[in-house]
Design a protein around this ligand. Structure first.
Ligand code: SAM
Length: 275
């Protein structure tokens, strides 16, 4: 049977296909795969990584939203250790995958954050997550305090994972070629969070509010949530100068601040009830 020609790319699905075999090899080699591994590939597209992955591991489960591509891939990989699933990765039951599964994908850039959040929710199941993302976006994921790229995304992701930007990928490695460069990065979940916040919803609320007005000092930005007086008290107890800006406050300091706010709010509430 002759194989049908692969269908034309859909921009709405972030379809920029990897056309460089050397980059594909570099990606697959960077993932430290073992013959016993199960890999979940997000968005296999035309299969630039899929075949090479399947040679290194026990099973590849590849979830592709575009029906045309899923069918095309299925035809090409019948009877192999590759299971093509036609579906949306955001709806895929990640909790059914074997523990220790590795997740790999050249992500559709338009939903990269949603995918990362979805994977983080089920992170206990996965040893590693490798992803190609846009270069600037990768810089934000891995940014350290005191840099322009550092923001609420950096704090959120680094709370749950150690992020390493492994290498840069030129835009010409993809077709259609995107305007910007990409990078391949590694999220390692083990040993995280290093320090747990007592209330992580509160932590991320504080972080969002602080970076939401990143030109303001932390004292002014948080006054919107807690008023001037309380904010000053919380910051002093946490050892953070109210004159600092969010970009100069480490995740560790934000965790300390959130724990202080939680404790103080609870004490205030109890004092109110008793008095
Ligand atoms: N892995 C292929 C490669 O490197 O050539 C394709 C990468 S392309 C950047 C992203 C792929 O993700 C496309 O094949 C696209 O159809 C697929 N995709 C987009 N949204 C998706 C979703 N929600 N769930 C699963 N796949 C999706």
């Amino acid at each position: 049977m002759t194989q049908k020609k692969a269908p034309f790319p859909k921009k709405s699905l972030g379809q920029n296909f990897l056309i460089s075999p050397s980059v594909a090899n570099r990606i697959v080699n960077a993932c430290g795969l073992k013959p016993t591994d199960t890999v979940l590939e997000i968005g296999p597209g035309k299969g630039a990584l899929t075949g090479a992955l399947s040679k290194k591991v026990h099973t590849v489960i590849a979830v592709e939203k575009d029906r045309r591509l899923a069918e095309h891939l299925r035809e090409g990989h019948q009877g192999s250790n590759i299971h093509i699933v036609h579906g949306d990765i955001l709806d895929y039951p990640l909790d059914t995958l074997p523990r220790g599964t590795k997740i790999i994908g050249n992500l559709p850039y338009n939903i990269a954050t949603l995918i990362i959040k979805t994977v983080i929710q089920e992170r206990a199941r996965f040893s590693d997550f490798f992803a190609t993302v846009q270069w600037e976006y990768g810089q934000r994921l891995a940014a350290r305090p005191g840099t322009k790229a550092y923001g609420s995304l950096s704090c959120f992701v680094q709370y749950y994972a150690d992020i390493q930007l492994l290498f840069k990928i030129k835009n010409t490695a993809f077709w259609p070629s995107p305007k910007i460069q990409s990078c391949f990065c590694h999220f390692k979940f083990s040993g995280k969070p290093q320090r747990k916040a007592n209330n992580k919803d509160l932590l991320f609320q504080i972080i969002r509010a602080s970076f939401g007005q990143r030109r303001k000092t932390i004292g002014n930005a948080l006054s919107v949530l807690y008023g001037k007086e309380k904010t000053a008290r919380f910051l002093e107890k946490s050892g953070i100068s109210p004159r600092l800006r969010a970009e100069n406050i480490s995740l560790e300091q934000f965790i300390g601040l959130a724990d202080t706010v939680e404790g103080e709010e609870r004490d205030d509430k109890e004092a109110g009830q008793n008095g």
